[in-house]
Design a binder for this molecule. Structure first.
Ligand SMILES: C[C@H](O)CC(=O)SCCNC(=O)CCNC(=O)[C@H](O)C(C)(C)COP(=O)(O)OP(=O)(O)OC[C@H]1O[C@@H](n2cnc3c(N)ncnc32)[C@H](O)[C@@H]1OP(=O)(O)O
Length: 723
C-alpha cells in the first residue's frame, strides 16, 4: 500500500503491532489517523489480541500532526473534536493495554499518542516534546492534560511554553519513558511490557487520570500564574501561550477529561489566529530555502566539505571558525602575524568556553572542537582545504590580492568564498580566472550564534559550488538563503530604509524613544535607534554611504548618524549613542541627545523649531517605517535577488529579527494588502513631491503591479505579470 497509512500485524502470541507509515517523519495525515483508529478498533475487538504495540516505520515514531493540513485548511487542519475521546477509549482505557515503541522522535501529536499509551519504551537519542506553540497552536491531542500528569506541571509547562523537547534519558528520569533500550530490542521489550501489563504483572497507567505527579492545587495555580506573567513578558503579542495555559489550568481545576474539552476549544481559538498561519508559513519557508530552482533539482550531488580555511581571526572570522569546528569541520585559521593569530585562537576558545558555561557542551567536547583548529601564517597548507572563507577587512584591493593568491594556493576545485557584507562579489574575484568557484558567504554577527547564512551567487558561480555551500550550511546548522549579487544582498539591502525612515521621523519632529518603543511593540527585538547603538554609528555611517552611492535616488541621508559620529557617540561600545549606557550596558534615554536632534532637524528642514510634531499614531509610525522596507523587498523579488519571496521572509526573520509570528516581511505585507501599502507610499511620495524624499517612498514597479492586479506579493514575479 502506498500513501500515508498504518499497518496491523498480529503475532502468534497475541500482540497487535500497529505501525505508522508516512515518510519522512510518519506525520499524522488524516488518512493515517483514520487508518490508526480502524486498526486500533480491530485490534481491541479481536479475541486473540492480548495487547497492542504502536510504533513508527523507518526508525521514526512520529513528528505529530501533518502540518501541511494546516496550510490547506482555514485553520487547525480540520482536527476532529471527537479524536480525544477516541484516544481515551481506544488507546488509554480500551480493553487491551497499549505500549508505544518509540524511535528517534515523538513530537506534537506523536508525543500525545505515546502519552495516551499505557507505557512507552524508547531508543537512545529519542526526543519527546510538544512543540505546537512554535506553530501558533497548542497541543490538541490531549497533551495539555497528559504531559503535566506524566512529568509534573512545572516541567510540562516549561516544555510546552518553550517548545523544547527532552531526550531519552531525561524522559526516563521524568517518567515520560518507561524504558530506554537499543534499537534492536525495541519491539521485543515493548511487547514484553505490553504482555506484563495485560497479565497484571505491571500496573496499567492511564496518564489522564493520574494525580501523583501533579503539584498540590495552590502550588499548581501559582506555577500557572507565574507562567502567565512570564509569557506575557516574553511574548506579549501572542495569545496562544495563554490559551495553552487556560487549557492546562482548566484540567487542573476540573479533571483531565473536562480538560480535554477545554483543550479542544482553546486549540480551535489558537488555530483561528493569524499567528498560527504566519508561524506555519515560516516553518515551511525555512525548509524550502534549501530548494533552489536550477540548482537542487538538477540531479547534482553535493561534495562534502571537511576542511575549511578561514582567513582572518577577527570577530567574524573567529565566529565562522567556531561554527565550523562545532560541526566537526576542520579549520585552518590564517592571520597575518602571530599576535593576531593568537588573538583569533583565543576568541574561538572563549566562544567554546561560553558554551560550556551555559551547559550547551562539555569541557571535553569543547577541547575536541578546539583540536580541529590549526593556525597558519601563510598559504602553504591551503592545498588541503575544500573551501576558503575570507573574513578580512572590507578593502576591495586587499580582497582582490587575497583571491589571486587563493587561486594560486588552493586546489582547482576548492570553493573560494568571501564574507563581505558590502563589496560586489564580482569585484572581489576580478583578479582571478576562477569566477565559477567564487561566491559570498555572508554570516551575521556573532557568526557562531546567528542562524542565517546568505549565500551570494554571481552570474558565474557554478551550480555545484552553490550546492556544496548549501550542504555546508546545513552541516554547520545555519539556515541558508541563496541570493543574488547587489549592494547589501537581500537582508541589509531590504532593511536600509528601516533606519532611514526612522531618522526621517525624528527630523520631522518625533521623539526617537517613542519610535523605538512602538517598533519594539510591533515585535522587533529592539527599535531602530537601539539597534543603531548596538551596531555602532560608525558602521551605520559606512554602510549608509554604500547605499547612498548605489541607490542615491531613494536614500535618505541620515544626518543624525553623521552627527553622532562627529560627537563620538558611537553607541553601546562608547557608552553613548542615541541612548546612554551604564557599566552593565543597560540603555536609558539621554537628555544630552537633544542638541544633536535639533541640529539634525535644522539641516533636514522637515520641521519648524517649536512647532508641534506631526500627528502620527502608533500604526502610522509602523507603516512609515516598514512600508518603504516592503517596497525595497518588492524590488529584491522583482530583480530575482531571491529565488522566491518566502526566502525573503526567512532572511528577514533570521537576519533582522522581523517577528516570526508575523510570518516575515512579505507574508505580513500580504496580510496588510499590497493595494493599501501602495496607496500609503504613493501618498507620502506626493507629500514630499519635488524634494529628494519623493524617491524614498515611490512605489516600486512590482508593488504597483501587484496592487493593480490584486496579486499577492508572495506569489512571486512570475505571478505578477508585467502588463
Ligand atoms: C494536534 C497536535 O497537537 C498538533 C501537532 O501535532 S502539530 C505538529 C507538531 N510537531 C512539530 O512541530 C514537529 C515539526 N517538525 C520538526 O520539528 C522537525 O521537522 C523534525 C525534528 C521532526 C525533523 O527535523 P529534521 O530532521 O531537521 O528534518 P526537517 O527538514 O525539519 O523535516 C524533514 C521533512 O519532514 C517534514 N515534516 C517534519 N515534521 C512534519 C510534520 N509534523 N508534518 C508534515 N511534515 C513534516 C518537513 O517539512 C521536511 O519536509 P521536506 O523534506 O519536504 O522539506
Amino acid at each position: 500500500m502506498s500513501g500515508p497509512h498504518t499497518t496491523l500485524a498480529v503475532t502468534e502470541d497475541g500482540i497487535a503491532l500497529v505501525t505508522l507509515v508516512n515518510p519522512p517523519v510518519n506525520s499524522l495525515h488524516p488518512t493515517v489517523l483514520q487508518s490508526l483508529f480502524n486498526h486500533l478498533r480491530e485490534a481491541q475487538a479481536r479475541q486473540e489480541v492480548k495487547a497492542i504495540v504502536i510504533t513508527g516505520a523507518n526508525g521514526r515514531f512520529c513528528a505529530g500532526f501533518d502540518i501541511n493540513q494546516f496550510v490547506q485548511s482555514s485553520g487547525g487542519g480540520g482536527i476532529d473534536a471527537h479524536i480525544n475521546d477516541a484516544f481515551c477509549d481506544l488507546i488509554e482505557s480500551g480493553p487491551k493495554p497499549t505500549v508505544a515503541a518509540v524511535q528517534t522522535m515523538a513530537l506534537g501529536g506523536g508525543c500525545e499518542l505515546a502519552l495516551a499509551c499505557n507505557a512507552r519504551v524508547c531508543t537512545p537519542g529519542t526526543s519527546f516534546g510538544l512543540p505546537e506553540l512554535q506553530l501558533g497552536i497548542i497541543p490538541g491531542f490531549g497533551g495539555t492534560q497528559r504531559l503535566p500528569r506524566a512529568v509534573g506541571l512545572q516541567k510540562a509547562v516549561e516544555m510546552m511554553l518553550t517548545s523544547t523537547p527532552i531526550k531519552d534519558r531525561a524522559a526516563r528520569e521524568l517518567g515520560l519513558a518507561d524504558e530506554v533500550v537499543p534499537p534492536g530490542q525495541l519491539l521485543e521489550v515493548a511487547k514484553r511490557v505490553a504482555f506484563d501489563i495485560a497479565a497484571g504483572k505491571r500496573a496499567r497507567v492511564q496518564t489522564l487520570y493520574r494525580t501523583d505527579k501533579l503539584e498540590p492545587l495552590g502550588e499548581a495555580l501559582a506555577i500557572l500564574q507565574f507562567a502567565r506573567s512570564q509569557a506575557a513578558k516574553r511574548a506579549r503579542h501572542l495569545m496562544h501561550p495563554l490559551l495553552c495555559l487556560d487549557a492546562i489550568q482548566y484540567g487542573i481545576e476540573h479533571g483531565g477529561r473536562a480538560g480535554l474539552q477545554k483543550e479542544g476549544e482553546c486549540f480551535g481559538a489558537a488555530a483561528a489566529l493569524d499567528t498560527h498561519k504566519a508561524l506555519v508559513h515560516i516553518f515551511f519557508a525555512q525548509r524550502s530555502t534549501k530548494k533552489i530552482r536550477g540548482v537542487t533539482d538538477t540531479g547534482l550531488r553535493p561534495r562534502p566539505i571537511k576542511r575549511v580555511a578561514v582567513l582572518g581571526g577577527g570577530l567574524m572570522g573567529s565566529g565562522i571558525a567556531t561554527a565550523c569546528v562545532l560541526a566537526g569541520v576542520e579549520v585552518l585559521l590564517k592571520e597575518v602575524n602571530q599576535k593576531f593569530l593568537d588573538a583569533g585562537m583565543g576568541r574561538i576558545q572563549s566562544n567554546l568556553a561560553s558554551r560550556v558555561k551555559k551547559g550547551r557542551m562539555t569541557e571535553q567536547m569543547a577541547q575536541a572542537a578546539m583540536s580541529r583548529v590549526q593556525g597558519a601564517l601563510d598559504y602553504s597548507g591551503f592545498g588541503s582545504v575544500d573551501m576558503v572563507i575570507e573574513a578580512a577587512i572590507e578593502d576591495v584591493g586587499l580582497k582582490q590580492e587575497i583571491f589571486a593568491e587563493l587561486e594560486r594556493s588552493c586546489r582547482k576545485d576548492a570553493i573560494l568564498a568571501t564574507n563581505t557584507s558590502t563589496i560586489n562579489i564580482e569585484l572581489v574575484g576580478a583578479k582571478t580566472s576562477c569566477a565559477d568557484r567564487i561566491l559570498g558567504a555572508h554570516f551575521f554577527s556573532p557568526a557562531h550564534v546567528m542562524p542565517l547564512l546568505e549565500i551570494v551567487r554571481t552570474d558565474q558561480t557554478s551550480k555545484q559550488v552553490i550546492l556544496d555551500t548549501l550542504e555546508l550550511s546545513t552541516k554547520i546548522k545555519k539556515t541558508p538563503v541563496v541570493v543574488g549579487n547587489c549592494t547589501g544582498f537581500a537582508v541589509n539591502r531590504v532593511f536600509f530604509p528601516y533606519t532611514q525612515a526612522a531618522c526621517m521621523l525624528v527630523d520631522m519632529g518625533l521623539d526617537p524613544y517613542r519610535i523605538d518603543k512602538i517598533i519594539a511593540g510591533f515585535g522587533m527585538p529592539m527599535g531602530p535607534f537601539r539597534l543603531s547603538d548596538l551596531v555602532g554609528a560608525d558602521i551605520g555611517l559606512h554602510v549608509g554611504k554604500n547605499f547612498l552611492e548605489s541607490f542615491s535616488k531613494r536614500c535618505y541621508p541620515a544626518r543624525i548618524i553623521q552627527l553622532l559620529n562627529e560627537n563620538k557617540r558611537l553607541g553601546e561600545k562608547s557608552g553613548r549613542g542615541f541612548y546612554k549606557y551604564d557599566a552593565r550596558r543597560r540603555a536609558s534615554p539621554d537628555p544630552d541627545l537633544a542638541p544633536l536632534v535639533q541640529q539634525s532637524r535644522k539641516g533636514a528642514g522637515l520641521y519648524q523649531d517649536g512647532a508641534p510634531p506631526p500627528k502620527m499614531n502608533d500604526q502610522d509610525i509602523v507603516e512609515f517605517i516598514f512600508f518603504p522596507v516592503v517596497n525595497e523587498g518588492c524590488r529584491v523579488i522583482d530583480e530575482g535577488i531571491v529565488d522566491k519571496p518566502a526566502d525573503l521572509d526567512v532572511a528577514m526573520v533570521m537576519g533582522m529579527g522581523f517577528p516570526a509570528f508575523r510570518g516575515g516581511l512579505i507574508f505580513w505585507a500580504d496580510l496588510v494588502g499590497a493595494d493599501y501599502i501602495c496607496q500609503r507610499l504613493a501618498g507620502w511620495a506626493k507629500q514630499f513631491s519635488g524634494t529628494a524624499l519623493q524617491g524614498f517612498f515611490k512605489p516600486s514597479a512590482y508593488l504597483e503591479r501587484c496592487a493593480r492586479q490584486g496579486t499577492k506579493l508572495s506569489a512571486g514575479k512570475g505571478a505578477a505579470s508585467k502588463l
